[in-house]
Write a protein that binds this ligand. Structure first.
Ligand code: KIV
Length: 277
């Protein structure tokens, strides 16, 4: 098997845009997306070559320690997005519109999206839902703001679902999801996240759309994949669904490093003369 990267030309792209993602889908090049919430991490993820950085409202869980994403405000999201945007050279930065900032009506949604673009310098927004948000998507897109959709297990609706189980296993929900995906594409979304749905359904939706799909717990048939960075790097220790692959065990690495530091402080072996003035 070749160890050459499959996509040397994509790595050379100086700035990933929504057009780049479209070209990647057409060329069959998988899109790599990760979440980011702060300057230091975003700088590392950008320099490592991540195509899309999602300032996700999962910041509510992994940064703020909330049980759900619902408490995030637009001001919180704008703060995190500003930190990420300052860090990046190449990645496309997509920012979640948080719960309660776009569901009211499409005018309110547009005002929220404009704040994210103006105050954070983001490149696109993401919002959750199908048919009920179609008019909103159209309005935001008409204003020149790229929109990413999000279907399947949409965490802002957790109290409606009542559980984080896989969505759209039943035929009626699967058919509705297919229709929603098509409507989001027609409304002007440049991509759509498919979260925690059967792989076969995600593959079908991916084949039926001209825009890219980005999967999380939706199998390998999507045009790209997204993970919450804290999960992928093993920083979250109490969240282990089967769709998460750990690419590092940073919680262990950090614990070891901190214990070494504590040891050296107690022993007075830190700081040394060379580390002093
Ligand atoms: O907020 C988030 O991190 C997300 C991803 C899980 C897709 O929406």
């Amino acid at each position: 098997m070749s160890t050459e990267p499959a996509t040397p030309d994509v790595a050379e792209v100086p700035r990933v845009t929504t057009k780049t993602l479209q070209e990647m889908k057409e060329a069959g090049v998988p899109i790599a997306m990760l979440t980011a919430y702060d300057y230091t991490s975003a700088r590392i993820l950008d320099r490592a070559g991540t195509d899309v950085l999602l300032v996700g409202d999962s910041a509510s869980n992994v940064m703020a320690g909330n049980e759900t994403t619902l408490p995030m405000t637009l001001d919180h999201m704008i703060y995190h997005a500003q930190c990420v945007v300052r860090a990046i050279d190449r990645s496309l930065v997509v920012v979640d519109l948080p719960f309660g900032t776009y569901q009211g009506d499409s005018k309110e949604a547009l005002v929220s999206a404009i704040r994210v673009m103006k105050e954070a310098g983001a490149h696109a927004v993401k919002l959750e839902g199908g048919q009920p948000v179609v008019e909103t998507v159209e309005r935001i897109v008409t204003a020149g703001i790229p929109v990413m959709g999000h279907l399947g297990l949409t965490p802002q609706s957790i109290y409606n679902f009542g559980t984080y189980k896989v969505r759209a296993r039943e035929d009626d929900e699967a058919q509705a999801l297919k229709r929603d995906a098509k409507r989001l594409e027609e409304a002007g979304c440049f991509a759509v996240v498919l979260e925690k749905i059967p792989a076969e359904l995600a593959q079908h939706v991916t084949a039926s759309l001209t825009i890219p799909t980005i999967g999380i717990g939706a199998g390998a048939g999507c045009d790209g994949q997204v993970l919450v960075t804290h999960d992928a790097l093993g920083l979250t220790t109490d969240f282990n669904p089967r769709f998460v692959r750990h690419y590092a065990e940073l919680a262990d690495t950090i614990t070891d490093a901190v214990q070494d530091y504590i040891h050296d402080v107690r022993e007075r072996s830190f700081p040394s003369d060379a580390e002093s003035y």
